[in-house]
Design a protein around this ligand. Structure first.
Ligand SMILES: Nc1ccnc(=O)[nH]1
Length: 495
């Protein structure tokens, strides 16, 4: 990049021309866990908006909103509570995303700067479970939508078709995922808007709509539902912003994903609130069928089903892509490799989806309920990870990561940083008394009448305990240390 004239550099950096053949390109992505050089940076924060908006145009977000009503909130306070939760959770999620342009690295590898190169295998393993759990449940739902759309009876056909679509897009990688985000933003939104219009045409809303009564427990639950939803995106975040130009302003790198995810989830969950208020227990029982039944005729029902599939496809591609990234990162910590070949990545994508398909096929609806609580429980493990990762990056080392040291246990971050692991586990355990879930209500939550603030406790307590320890953890560099073999444009001053 040193010799390119400025205008050409500008074009490449701001996405007007195809990036070089070695990068995300217009075809199959070549990179995985290695740093993205300046010559391959492209895209704008606007693409972050459409990706995160599209990711939230999904049926599961609608269900999440409906749960606020099912658990006792009234319409007005459910909508307010959900919105507050989106803003808090979305703000945290977007802080992870904003690391992407500066470092050019996927999300979870940056955990090595706090946990050590081997120590990061702990959050990596958990994130792999999270991706896998979401992928299996999402594949069951989208499989139903495919079968409903095409009038297919055999359950496995929808599941297999959806997994194949997911795998193909995940293999192409970053650029195709962003394109899909644009498509699902539009189609998913149109689908949800149509369902909303039909809902208002056919429903007489019960007393729920006029009965405004504030009640603390369901209000806090609404906040928790939305904050938890947004916070599950934290481990995904910078995987999808790491090709943005290195000098992308922090403000826009943060605002794109924040606005997209908050606005998208607000639309989906508000629809869920209205569906549940219109008497939507039936919706929770048969989510896909309920949406299709709202359509005026078979053709429109098919379009609704297709919009459900496209909405689910976006997030599910992220699950497969992120799952493979987590797997590659975890393994590379032990093999000492700093990159993974596209062939290996393809193999991982296929392997991931085969296991997902087998799980989805084996799943009964009962199992899905249990699995969902399991995934929500996993969130407990990501709040402390989020707090540690963000505090370290923004307040302790202030963005100055030693990137080559992330790839070797002999570097500054070492093999295993025990204090971080202990604080991390403490951050998980401290939430237990505050949990209020179907399967367990902690003593503090019970004393508070069932209000669940465990997510806030997990974030805040971890941050308070980690901060003094983290400051002394490593000999932090004063600026970002870049790998020697990654070509960087000297005219770019990283922010
Ligand atoms: N974080 C996520 C939320 C919902 N669905 C997913 O697949 N992933």
């Amino acid at each position: 990049m040193v010799s390119a004239p400025n205008s050409a550099q500008d074009e490449i950096r701001h996405g007007n021309t195809a990036p070089t053949a070695s990068g995300a390109g217009r075809g199959v992505e070549k990179r995985t866990i290695d740093m993205v050089p300046d010559g391959e940076r492209h895209g704008t924060p606007k693409s972050q908006f459409t990706l995160w908006f599209g990711v939230n145009m999904q049926i599961t977000a609608v269900v999440n909103g409906a749960l606020a009503i099912v658990f006792g909130a009234d319409v007005v306070w459910a909508i307010i509570g959900l919105f507050i939760g989106q803003v808090i959770g979305g703000a945290v999620m977007a802080l992870h995303s904003a690391q992407g342009p500066a470092l050019g690295l996927p999300q979870m590898i940056s955990s090595r700067a706090q946990f050590g190169v081997y120590g990061a295998a702990l959050p990596l393993f958990l994130v792999l479970l999270l991706y896998f759990g979401f992928a299996a449940t999402g594949t069951v739902l989208a499989g139903q939508a495919i079968n409903n759309a095409f009038g297919v009876q055999s359950r496995w056909i929808g599941i297999l078709v959806f997994a194949a679509l997911t795998a193909i897009i995940a293999m192409f990688g970053y650029d195709l995922i962003h394109k899909l985000g644009k498509v699902s933003s539009t189609i998913g939104l149109l689908g949800l808007l149509y369902v909303a219009v039909r809902l208002f045409q056919v429903s007489s809303f019960g007393p729920q709509l006029t009965d405004v009564h504030f009640s603390v427990v369901p209000f806090l639950l609404s906040i928790a539902l939305a904050a938890g939803w947004q916070l599950t995106y934290a481990p995904y975040a910078s995987d999808y912003s790491r090709y943005l130009p290195r000098d992308t302003k922090f403000g826009s790198a943060w605002f794109g994903p924040f606005a997209g995810s908050v606005l998208g989830a607000t639309i989906s969950m508000t629809l869920g609130v209205f569906i549940a208020a219109a008497g939507g227990q039936a919706f929770i029982g048969d989510q896909v069928g309920f949406m299709g039944n709202l359509a005026q005729n078979r053709v429109l029902a098919i379009l609704v089903f297709i919009s459900i599939v496209i909405g689910k496809l976006t997030i599910n591609t992220l699950n497969a892509y992120g799952g493979v990234m987590a797997l590659s990162t975890a393994l590379s910590g032990f093999t000492g490799k700093s990159s993974v070949s596209p062939k290996t990545r393809f193999g991982f994508v296929i392997g991931f989806n085969v296991v997902v398909v087998l799980t989805a096929l084996a799943a009964s609806s009962d199992f899905l309920q249990v699995f969902k609580s399991f995934i929500l429980t996993l969130l407990m493990f990501f709040l402390p990870w989020s707090a540690i990762n963000l505090l370290n990056y923004y307040l302790i080392c202030r963005g100055c990561i030693d990137i080559p040291a992330l790839y070797t246990p002999r570097g500054r971050y070492g093999k295993l940083h025990w204090p971080t692991i202990v604080v991390y586990l403490l951050g998980v355990v401290v939430q237990i008394p505050f949990i209020s879930q179907a399967f367990y209500v902690g003593p503090v939550a019970a004393a508070m009448g069932g209000a669940d603030i465990s997510w806030l406790v997990g974030l805040v307590v971890t941050a308070l305990v980690y901060f003094p320890l983290g400051r002394r953890a490593f000999d932090y560099p004063l600026e970002i240390v870049y790998p020697k073999d990654v070509e960087l444009d000297p005219s770019i001053v990283s922010r």
